[in-house]
Design a protein around this ligand. Structure first.
Ligand SMILES: C[S@@+](CC[C@H](N)C(=O)[O-])C[C@H]1O[C@@H](n2cnc3c(N)ncnc32)[C@H](O)[C@@H]1O
Length: 286
C-alpha cells in the first residue's frame, strides 16, 4: 500500500472515531498520556508540542504543568480529533493550548520553537517515523526533550494489542484481510525500529537525539466487560482492523472476543488487562 493511501485510511479512521475516542468508559490512553507527561516532566513556562494529540491525553496534563506562562500546541492529522480537543480546551478555559490540523510527518514550525515534544501512541502511525523525528530535533531549544510511547512489540504479538490477544484472535479470521493489513505486514510496518531498545536508540541518535532512555511499564486497562472492550476497540487504532474484515469475520471476531474476554473476568468484576507500554525519552544537545 502506498504511503498516501495508508495515511488517508488512518486519517479517515481517526476522524470517524473521534467523537467516541477514549470516551467509552475504558481507561487506557488517558492514563498513558498522563504518565508520558510525568516522564517528560515539562517545567513551568516551557513550550510543549504534542504530535498526534488526539483529544488531548497529553495536552491537558502538560498545560497544567507549564502553567499560565507556558504553551502547549497539539497537532493531529485528523480534523475531528482537533475539533474534540478544542471543545475540551474551551470547557477548561485552557488558553495556553493551541490546536492545529497538521501532518506530523511535516511539522511546520520555526527552529527552536519548543522545549518538549511529545507523541503518545502516535509516532507509530507515521509512515516513516525515523525521518519524521529527525525533523523535530531542530524544532527543539538547546537541551530540549522528545518523549513518546509505543506498544511493546514481540514476535508473536498482534500489533498494538497486549500479548493475551495473540491467543484470543484466531489467525483464520484474519486470512481474508488485504495483505497490507495482515498482522505480519503491520508488525513490519510498526515495529522494525521500535522493538529492540538498542535499535531504537541508534535510530534516535541518527535522527539528532542523545541520552535515549527506554522504560517499559504497564498501563492498567480497565473495561466493564468484554463487550465494553470490543466497543472501545472501534474508537482507536484497532478500528482499522475492524474496517478491513468481511462482515461475517467481523461478527465472528466480535463474538469470540466478547466471550473470551469475559472469561478473563473474576465473576462480575471488571476486565483488567495489564498492557505493556514503552516510554521513550531523549534529548537534543544543550
Ligand atoms: C492512538 S491515537 C493517540 C492520540 C493521543 N496522543 C492519545 O494518547 O490519546 C493516534 C493519533 O495519531 C494521529 N495521527 C496518525 N497519523 C498522523 C500523522 N501523520 N500526523 C499527525 N497525527 C497523526 C491520529 O489521528 C490519532 O489522533
Amino acid at each position: 500500500m502506498d504511503t498516501s493511501t495508508y495515511k488517508s485510511e488512518v486519517t479517515a479512521a481517526f476522524n470517524s472515531a473521534a467523537a467516541s475516542y477514549d470516551r467509552l468508559g475504558v481507561e487506557f490512553f488517558t492514563p498513558m498520556g498522563r504518565r508520558l507527561v510525568e516522564h517528560a516532566a515539562p517545567r513551568e513556562g516551557e513550550r510543549v508540542l504534542d504530535v498526534g494529540c488526539g483529544r488531548g491525553a497529553c495536552v491537558f496534563p502538560a498545560a497544567e504543568r507549564v502553567g499560565p506562562k507556558g504553551l502547549v500546541v497539539g497537532i493531529d492529522v485528523a480534523e475531528a480529533m482537533i475539533e474534540e480537543a478544542a471543545k475540551e480546551a474551551a470547557l477548561r478555559r485552557a488558553d495556553t493550548v493551541e490546536l492545529r490540523v497538521m501532518d506530523g510527518e511535516h511539522p511546520d514550525f520555526a527552529p527552536g520553537s519548543f522545549d518538549v515534544v511529545l507523541g503518545s501512541y502516535s509516532v507509530i502511525f507515521l509512515p516513516d517515523a525515523p525521518a519524521a523525528l529527525a525533523r523535530y530535533a531542530p524544532l527543539l531549544s538547546p537541551g530540549g526533550r522528545l518523549a513518546f510511547t509505543s506498544p511493546v512489540f514481540s514476535d508473536d504479538t498482534f500489533p498494538f494489542l497486549p500479548p493475551v490477544f495473540t491467543e484470543l484472535i484466531p489467525r483464520e479470521l484474519l486470512l481474508d484481510l488485504p495483505s497490507a493489513w495482515r498482522p505480519e505486514a503491520l508488525q513490519q510496518r510498526f515495529n522494525s525500529w521500535l522493538a529492540d531498545p538498542a535499535d531504537l536508540a541508534r535510530t534516535l541518535e541518527r535522527a539528532g537525539f542523545q541520552d535515549v532512555s527506554v522504560v517499559d511499564e504497564p498501563v492498567r486497562l480497565v473495561a466493564e466487560s468484554g463487550l465494553a472492550w470490543v466497543d472501545w476497540s472501534h474508537t482507536q487504532g484497532m478500528r482499522l482492523l475492524w474496517n478491513h474484515l468481511a462482515d461475517d469475520k467481523r461478527q465472528q471476531l466480535r463474538e469470540r472476543l466478547i466471550t473470551s474476554l469475559d472469561a478473563l473476568r473474576d465473576g462480575e468484576s471488571p476486565l483488567v488487562i495489564e498492557t505493556p507500554v514503552r516510554y521513550v525519552t531523549t534529548a537534543v544537545g544543550a
